[in-house]
Design a protein around this ligand. Structure first.
Ligand code: NAI
Ligand code: 15L
Length: 269
């Protein structure tokens, strides 16, 4: 069930993979959906507004946030790579977003965090939101920063945030690792809807995954959100096994939950 509790909802990162997947789905959650990204990505249609903004530009972010009731924040660098763009989009950008939320009295934010906040736990471990962060690169560090910053803005200013540590949200799992980390687009929308509608969100960390049989994450600390996944990677298992090789168990890619991210980026392993 989708409950429309917000008049005007902001979706950042609207031109990205998940932004495109959520654009139509999130219309059910609001009267007006404000879409934002840094570069032009076409025209708004009925029920939409468009505000272009680079997250590193505080004034532009202020204009983007002004007048909305809640924010689904997907915008930013989404992979491991050079630090400067990560710094601008994911660290300065998330600060600009929360400052704007504070100034414009936005009370709830859904923050697209990542499983790479905890990427250096092993694939043989099951972790909860209480396990300390173990980022697997500067991208993971930037998402951990967003989680901590949002906690500060909750403790000081009462802005509620759900930090969704998204696993792998694509149309299908692409490899054996993603059988554990996969999150369908419909389940992502279900999870965001639950975060937007639960009466008391507080500051919460939740792992963004479908109902996969193999999992490394325990969402029992997030029961108050009321997320019930309805999809599973299991239906793709046979096909994924058929087209992929067994893992090299001495390779960090197969040892750690972060997979290839643990070796990616300019710093090496
Ligand atoms: P994406 O890379 O396709 O989209 C990100 C969007 O952010 C792009 O449209 C880009 O133009 C925009 N952006 C980047 N820097 C910006 C800046 N400085 N100012 C304004 N906009 C900027 O990523 P995707 O897959 O759609 O992911 C969305 C969010 O979810 C990201 O924050 C990503 O870190 C997070 N996430 C996604 C996962 C997935 O499986 N797709 C897994 C874990 C986290
Ligand atoms: C992420 O954080 C990335 O944004 C996404 O592109 C995927 O690679 C995902 O993690 C993953 O771990 O599979």
């Amino acid at each position: 069930m989708t409950i429309k509790v917000h008049e005007r909802l902001l979706l950042t990162g609207a031109a990205g993979g998940l932004g495109k997947a959520l654009r139509d789905r999130l219309k059910a959650n609001c009267t007006v959906l404000r879409l934002s990204d840094r570069a032009d990505f076409g025209d708004a249609v009925a029920g939409e507004e468009m505000v272009l903004a680079d997250l590193a530009d505080a004034d532009a972010v202020g204009a983007m946030v002004k007048g909305v009731d809640a924010i689904v924040h997907l915008g930013g660098v989404s992979v491991e790579g050079p630090f400067e763009p990560i710094l601008q989009a994911n660290i300065l950008g998330v600060f600009n977003l929360y400052e704007a939320a504070r100034k414009h009295a936005v009370k709830r934010v859904i923050f697209a965090s990542s499983n790479h906040v905890t990427g250096f736990y092993r694939q043989s471990e099951t972790i909860t939101a209480d396990h300390p962060p173990r980022p697997d690169g500067m991208y993971g560090v930037s998402k951990a920063f967003g989680e901590d910053l949002s906690r500060l803005y909750f403790d000081r200013y009462g802005i509620e945030t759900a930090c969704i540590r998204i696993g792998s949200s694509f149309p299908e799992p692409r490899d054996r690792r993603m059988l554990a980390t996969w999150l369908s687009y419909d389940d992502l929308h279900r999870l965001i809807t639950a975060c937007l509608t639960t009466p008391v969100l507080g500051h919460s960390i939740v792992f963004g995954m479908s109902d996969n049989a193999v999992t490394w994450w325990d969402n029992s600390r997030a029961r108050h959100i009321g997320y019930v996944p309805q999809d599973s990677s299991d239906v793709f298992r046979d096909a994924v096994y058929a087209r992929t090789q067994p893992p090299d168990l001495t390779d960090p890619v197969a040892i750690y939950q972060g997979g290839g991210f643990v070796k990616a980026g300019p710093f090496g392993f």
